[in-house]
Design a protein around this ligand. Structure first.
Ligand code: EPZ
Length: 427
């Protein structure tokens, strides 16, 4: 199994270009199922997860072709409506094919995703939303069978929690339903807005973009579309925090600074210099008169739905706080088990105590953060290990890096190009 080897304490200097957002590419690729024809998506990141979604579309009868960061998907000849367990268990976002298949064919059979490292992650909100649109859902043998007995009927769908993929799934199922559908307590993440833009381009009628109240007026006809994936705000935030850990100065280009309001506020509180202008950030750490890096301040965070602090940046922020001056309380409210990275960060010298849904991070001096072999447990945990390894003295070997490759395009090259001593090698 491949590992990533990092020799830390080297400052980062230069420019990192951000790729398309994984969590936008996945719903937008699924949305190509809504209507036959050839769709063209631009700025599609080349990741394990986008590869899995393209494989799933193939299994459903679609064909696709990548040319650079653009992908053409032809969904004219759908030949199936089943998403098998072996695919869904590797990527839970496969459930995003439910909504478009139900809208287009009235039927879908998708394996229940099961839990993952960060939590149980049920899809009950998705299924309840479909049922309110007139779809029958039957759970059998680890699969959900969804069937519409006639045209879908517009309805009011209320989400107990603003589920991102739940909002996306119900939205896609509703756009050709008869009448109006109101989605209350909808997710407001930028990736949902990106999907709404694509669906509108296909001919859907959706009001309330970027709010928690979406109103869909069903249409009879959709057409294939050309759409562009927004930049990956989680990738951008990860690199901003990498500078906090390693020191130096980066320009992070091809991103949308307005998509990271809470992180920028928090990193200002930590004492970092961050300026977002146009499609770029410049970011650096404070240094004293002799050019030595100043200490970062410990800051508390609570993860919340957008525009609050993203749960997908929690692990990375913890890796930053392990070397800050003071105590940081990190409260995770979205997932019940998103502290798998704590034990691995402790192997690198972190002083962290977990109390219920909070992690208490007592900053240690940089000389106490030392390289060691560690193991990635999930996508964002693996990014936090990279950040900690960049700060650590000595060598850190990170195993199970397939987790990292699910959601970060060319991370080893991007970091090496700005001065990190980082290699991917056989473990
Ligand atoms: C999306 O997952 C993202 N994935 C996640 O990113 C992200 O962490 C999450 O939203 C929160 O922002 C994609 O967009 C592909 P949710 P999703 O439904 O939609 C509970 C990453 O690292 N819930 O918003 O699955 C759920 O358990 C990944 O890129 C139900 O109870 O998350 C959680 O506690 C990780 N029933 C909360 O709601 C449901 O039917 C929010 O989950 C659905 C969700």
């Amino acid at each position: 199994m491949d590992i990533i080897r990092i020799k830390g304490t080297r400052p980062l200097r230069g420019t990192v270009a951000i790729s398309g957002a994984k969590n936008a590419a996945l719903p937008l690729l699924a949305a190509t199922l809504l209507t036959p024809g050839t769709h063209t998506l631009h700025n599609v990141p080349d990741l394990r997860d986008t590869g899995t979604m393209l494989l799933l579309l193939e299994k459903l009868g679609a064909s696709w072709e990548r040319s650079g960061t653009s992908v053409q998907v032809d969904t004219t000849g759908l030949s199936g409506s089943e998403a098998p367990y072996d695919l869904v268990k590797t990527m839970r976002a496969s459930v995003l094919v439910l909504g478009p298949l139900i809208a287009r064919t009235g039927h879908a059979r998708v394996s229940l995703p099961g839990g993952c490292a960060i939590g149980a992650r049920p899809i009950n909100f998705h299924l309840r939303g479909f049922e309110q649109l007139g779809v029958e859902t039957i759970l059998e043998g680890g699969y959900v069978e969804a069937r519409a007995n006639g045209p879908l009927e517009g309805s009011t769908v209320y989400f107990d929690l603003p589920s991102v993929t739940g909002t996306e799934n119900v939205l896609m199922a509703s756009i050709m339903a008869q009448g109006k559908t109101i989605i209350k307590n909808a997710a407001r993440e930028p990736e949902v807005g990106n999907l709404i833009d694509m669906l509108t381009g296909m001919g859907a009628e959706i009001d309330g973009r970027d709010t928690d109240l979406l109103t869909v007026t069903g249409v009879d006809f959709l057409q294939p579309v050309e759409a562009t994936i927004i930049p990956d705000r989680i990738e951008a935030g990860t690199y901003l925090m990498a500078v906090g850990a390693a020191g130096g100065e980066l320009t992070v280009t091809g991103c949308n600074p307005s998509h990271l309001p809470s992180l920028v506020e928090k990193l200002h509180g930590v004492g970092m210099y961050i300026e977002g202008r146009g499609d770029s950030f410049t970011v650096s750490c404070p240094v004293d008169s002799s050019g030595h890096r100043c200490s970062l301040r410990a800051v508390d965070i609570t993860t919340m739905p957008y525009p609050g602090f993203p749960t997908d940046l929690q692990a990375q922020f913890m890796a930053l706080m392990m070397q800050a001056q003071g105590v940081s309380i990190i409260h995770e409210t979205i997932f019940e088990n998103r502290f798998m990275h704590v034990a691995e960060l402790q192997r690198l010298g972190a002083d962290i105590t977990i109390e219920g849904g909070s992690a208490i991070v007592r900053g240690v001096s940089r000389d106490k953060i030392c390289g060691a072999p560690v193991m990635a447990t999930d996508l964002r945990a693996s990014a936090s290990l990279v950040i900690a390894a960049l700060a650590a003295s000595g060598t850190t070997d990170i195993s199970r890096i397939y987790h990292l490759e699910r959601g970060y395009e060319n991370m080893v090259k991007k970091l090496k190009d700005v001065g990190a001593d980082i290699e991917k090698m056989a473990g």
